[in-house]
Design a protein around this ligand. Structure first.
Ligand SMILES: Cc1cc2nc3c(=O)[nH]c(=O)nc-3n(C[C@H](O)[C@H](O)[C@H](O)COP(=O)(O)O)c2cc1C
Length: 199
């Protein structure tokens, strides 16, 4: 069976995701691209992955730099997603219009992102027209805010189911997590702590 591009997009697009801007540095120059192919992989050691199109200018930048940051966008940041996907504005304007600071690795951290995960690249796997960058998480941080959601090529936000144990509204789930780190993250403090150091 052959799979057309249209079928692939129509079916895989029914898997809702968050949206990140993956950043790195080309020498001194900040570089960033909108990426929803981001996933956590392993807790011990702490690993996460991103899939980047081989034609993207970010691809070889990450290969050379050996690090990246995944900036998780908030519900108010659809415009940033479009900007870093090349759908609005000029590529060279992306960071001029977006407040950011340098993270522990040197990768740009978007000030308005609701969370960020900084990784050192530990492996690059072929993935068709993309490469799969596996990164060891070396620093991370989060602040309050709802995530931006991408579903069937449209943006949206979360509508938590009300009631019921384990709902995404945080009360039940939050109680099982490391309270100290969570409190710091909720307060918007960049812990600079790798997840492996939590225990
Ligand atoms: C919501 C969304 C998700 C995307 N996810 C990815 C992705 O996971 N990997 C990727 O390489 N490109 C992804 N793209 C496409 C890139 O953002 C886009 O091709 C961008 O223009 C590449 O930047 P460049 O042209 O500066 O290299 C996504 C675009 C959007 C709008």
């Amino acid at each position: 069976m052959t799979v057309s591009d249209a079928e692939f997009k129509a079916v895989l697009g029914r898997f809702p995701t968050g949206v990140t801007v993956v950043t790195s540095c080309d020498g001194e120059r900040p570089v960033g691209v909108t990426v929803n192919a981001f996933a956590s992989v392993s807790l011990d050691p702490p690993l996460a992955l991103v899939c980047i199109d081989r034609r993207s200018h970010l691809h070889d930048v990450v290969v050379r730099a050996g690090y990246f940051a995944a900036n998780i966008l908030g519900a108010e940041q659809a415009e940033e997603s479009r900007r870093f996907a090349g759908q609005s504005g000029d590529r060279n304007e992306r960071f001029r219009q977006t407040p950011f600071h340098s993270g522990t690795t040197g990768a740009p951290i978007l000030d308005a992102a609701i969370a960020h995960v900084e990784c050192r690249v530990v492996a690059v796997y072929p993935g068709g027209d993309h490469s799969i960058f596996l990164g060891e998480v070396v620093a991370l941080g989060a602040s309050a805010g709802e995530p931006l959601i991408y579903y069937r090529a449209r943006y949206g936000s979360l509508h938590p189911l009300d009631g019921g144990a384990g709902d995404i509204n945080g009360v039940t789930l939050g109680a099982t997590l490391d309270t100290t780190l969570d409190t710091a993250l909720d307060a918007g403090i960049d812990t600079g702590v790798a997840p492996g150091q939590r225990e």
